[in-house]
Design a protein around this ligand. Structure first.
Ligand code: GLN
Length: 538
């Protein structure tokens, strides 16, 4: 198999330890190449056997990031979309599970003509086929290899990209290795040995990195860069410090200042590349550092011990802050610890609350105590998906006289004000079977949410099975919780809110997946604005 297309590839691997920020590095490279007028796309290759992360617990995997086409993907795709203008699709994220599933299906169909099916070449060919397909038509495809060099699981991916270097034209591939250069207190200096070893591991499997992105506390000295270059067999100007940054959105700027995009443009001989226009990122960085006011938002959920579970929420709230020249700090509150008796105490100092998405019955009483408290005390509150369903249940219990209002998801007896969608009742398989991806929502005339968006009709991303039960809408609308928007085809409730409250709104969809630092989502911007307004008054 050969790669004859004109698209170029940046392959990103990680060494020494996990969580070095390969995803942010890939996203930053994408933003810099876009700022040079190039078209980019991304691929994340995940080494696990699950077909996608949709069935994994947030504790295992962090957030599941949902794309427009309804695919449930790795949270790194969120970074890619936030840092660039790309709109990704199913083929931009694949797992070992998907690759094996396809190869085994081919084998059952007799496509290998009686040959023994092996990792090399059959699995690696399937990996290369997927990479080339997703890259077609773009100037540059940035491919992130999940896992850390040395892991058994990611070996077929590394082998596939090794083969691609040989099969592609000389300037068609660049290998970027993200590594760690730790500062050791007792020695009083940074240590390059872990990087040397990690590059050696890569070279053992035939991959010779072109560019090293060295995660470090402060800029590496030229002497250290020369040393790393010498031992790793790369050019000194291609050894780049990726320093810790106070704000992730400063990273493209910092990498640009050190010549990362120039290094890639040179390595790939990208003749169409223009001068980088990084003004928007510079303005953003300035806006973030100049934010004066500070507000605290409480995210009340059940996966609060792992911040990555709420990645897109954190980012969207941060973007909403930027739009309001406000620093948003987030406090994670474990719903299991919250109840009607301690809610006042535990929400002290919180300016607004967000109830995020979730599944199952654990923690719902705590979340509903927080919602009730916010509703009764004019504290701005936003409920996302599960959060909106809980808004409806709490309201029905407190103000509609339906004291046993519940969702059938909780598997307790009661009045199902939130119920399973008709088409979901038949579904038994778990993966990819929810109401997923883009659906339209049309707002009611005069609904406050329409002003916030400045539009009557929107398209947002979804990921759920349960719905507000239309049989109870009249009852809760009469009591003051209004339906602000519905899906025009199915009449399903999409947005609810209390018009008299400073901000009490829930949506069945996930607006956080559409928010970007350079274009904050109107709903999060509006939520933060209402908090700032209320804070100014008090
Ligand atoms: N568990 C709820 C449902 O499936 C909410 C899902 C979510 O919050 N993403 O409808």
């Amino acid at each position: 198999m050969s790669a004859k297309g004109s698209e170029k590839f940046v392959f990103i691997s990680g060494g020494v330890i996990s969580s070095l920020g390969k995803g942010i590095s890939a996203a930053s490279i994408g933003s810099l190449l876009e700022s040079r007028g190039l078209s980019v796309t991304f691929i994340k290759m995940d080494p696990y056997i699950n077909v996608d992360p949709g069935t994994m617990s947030p504790f295992q995997h962090g957030e599941v990031y949902v794309l427009s086409d309804g695919s449930e993907t790795d949270l790194d795709l969120g970074h890619y979309e936030r840092f660039t203008s790309v709109k990704l699709a199913r083929h931009n994220n694949f797992t070992s599970g998907q690759v094996y599933e396809k190869v085994i299906a081919n084998e059952r169909q007799g496509k290998y003509l009686g040959r023994t099916v092996q990792v090399i070449p059959h699995i690696t060919d399937e990996i290369k086929r997927r990479i080339q397909k997703a890259a077609r038509g773009y100037d540059v495809c940035i491919v992130e290899v999940g896992g850390t060099v040395g892991d058994i699981e990611s070996l077929p991916f590394l082998e596939a990209i090794r083969q691609m270097r040989i099969e592609c034209e000389p300037n068609q591939t660049a290998f970027v290795h993200v590594t760690l250069v730790p500062y050791i207190d007792t020695a009083g200096e940074v240590k390059t040995k872990p990087t040397q070893h990690s590059v050696r591991d890569l070279r053992e499997i035939g991959i010779y990195p072109d560019i090293l992105l060295c995660r470090c506390k402060t800029l590496l000295t030229d002497e250290i860069r020369r040393k790393i270059a010498l031992f790793s067999n790369v050019k000194t100007e291609f050894v780049i410090s990726a320093c810790d940054a106070a704000c992730v959105y400063d990273i493209p700027l910092k990498l640009h200042e050190q010549g990362l995009d120039t290094a890639i443009v040179r390595r790939l001989n990208l003749r169409r590349a223009q001068e980088a226009n990084i003004v928007p990122w510079r303005n953003l960085s300035k806006a973030v550092s100049e934010a004066k006011q500070e507000i605290v938002i409480g995210i009340i959920g059940k996966y609060t011990s792992l911040e990555d579970s709420y990645k897109s929420f954190n980012e969207a709230l941060f973007h909403g802050g930027i739009a309001n020249k406000t620093r948003v700090s987030i406090e994670y509150i474990d719903a299991d610890n919250l109840n009607a008796r301690n809610v006042k105490q535990l929400l002290k100092g919180i300016d607004g609350i967000l109830i995020p998405g979730g599944f199952g019955a654990r923690g719902v009483e705590g979340m509903m105590s927080a919602l009730k408290f916010a509703r009764e005390n004019d504290i701005p509150a936003i409920g996302i998906c599960y959060g909106m369903q809980l808004m409806v249940i709490e309201f029905c219990r407190s103000l509609c006289g339906i004291s046993d209002a519940t969702s059938t998801e909780f598997e307790v007896p009661g009045t199902p004000v939130v119920d399973l969608m008709e088409e979901q009742k038949k579904v038994v398989s778990k993966g990819g079977t929810m109401r997923l991806g883009d659906f339209e929502c049309v707002f009611e005339k005069d609904a406050p949410v329409a002003q916030i968006y400045g539009r009557k009709k929107i398209v947002e991303r979804h990921r759920h099975r349960w719905e507000v039960n239309n049989d109870y809408v009249e009852q809760f609308e009469e009591a003051g919780l209004k339906v602000y928007g519905r899906n025009p085809e199915t009449n399903l409730v999409e947005v609810v809110g209390i018009p008299e409250h400073p901000f009490y709104m829930g949506c069945q969809y996930h607006p956080e997946f559409l928010s970007k630092p350079l274009s904050p989502h109107p709903l999060y911007e509006g939520f933060v604005r209402s908090i700032c307004k209320r804070k100014k008054k008090s």
